[in-house]
Design a binder for this molecule. Structure first.
Ligand SMILES: Cc1cc2nc3c(=O)[nH]c(=O)nc-3n(C[C@H](O)[C@H](O)[C@H](O)COP(=O)(O)O)c2cc1C
Length: 177
């Protein structure tokens, strides 16, 4: 699929078919993640791939915004090592988007479930909940969980109407074409 077709086709897909994601696709997606740019080329990423149904169901309980993971056959937890880079959030965010675009290009659907700076309940952060569930070391920070699977919902492609030309400023703020 051509690049502009992929970026238009990518939507947040939150319902998935029961079908497993083939290992070759998982590897392609991770490969794309490792091609991401990163600050000072520090490459601080860690990805925890989860395909065990029980674990995915527990990830879905991280916070209400992650409940969509319930039907996902695959989840990738996107992390960054804060000891390697203070820019780990930016680097992990870019990798998360590469993951979503790669999934789209492979005919899969994906959605970002946010973890960082969110709460699991009144006492516990969403990050601590996921950390404990998957045994993630302290200095490895957790940005989000990307749910991936064959789509069980159809969404329209992005369209040119969404392009906010008035937010584009040429050679100085407020100068729109
Ligand atoms: C930083 C970030 C956090 C997000 N967190 C969640 C989330 O926790 N749960 C969820 O269902 N969608 C989440 N999304 C997906 C957005 O809701 C979605 O991208 C937005 O509504 C636009 O829709 P589209 O992705 O289909 O274009 C998140 C997206 C981003 C970029």
């Amino acid at each position: 699929m051509e690049f502009f077709e992929v970026v238009k086709k990518r939507r947040s897909i939150r319902r998935y078919q029961k079908k497993k994601v083939p290992k070759e696709c998982v590897e392609k997606i991770l490969e794309a993640a490792f091609y991401s740019p990163s600050s000072r080329n520090r490459r601080p990423w860690h990805f925890v791939v989860v395909d065990e149904e029980g674990l995915i169901k527990k990830l879905a309980q991280t916070r209400p915004a992650l409940e969509f993971l319930e039907t996902a056959p695959l989840a990738i937890v996107v992390c960054g090592d804060e000891e390697i880079s203070s820019a780990w959030v930016f680097d992990a965010s870019i990798a998360a988007e590469h993951i979503q675009l790669a999934a789209t290009a492979l005919g899969l659907g994906a959605c970002w479930g946010h973890v960082l700076d969110r709460m699991h309940n009144e006492e516990r952060s969403a990050e601590d909940y996921v950390r404990e569930l998957l045994g993630i070391t302290d200095h490895i920070r957790i940005l989000c969980v990307i749910g991936i699977g064959y789509p069980a919902e159809e969404k329209s492609k992005h369209s040119e109407k969404e392009v906010m030309w008035e937010r584009v400023h040429w050679n100085g703020f407020g100068h729109n074409l």
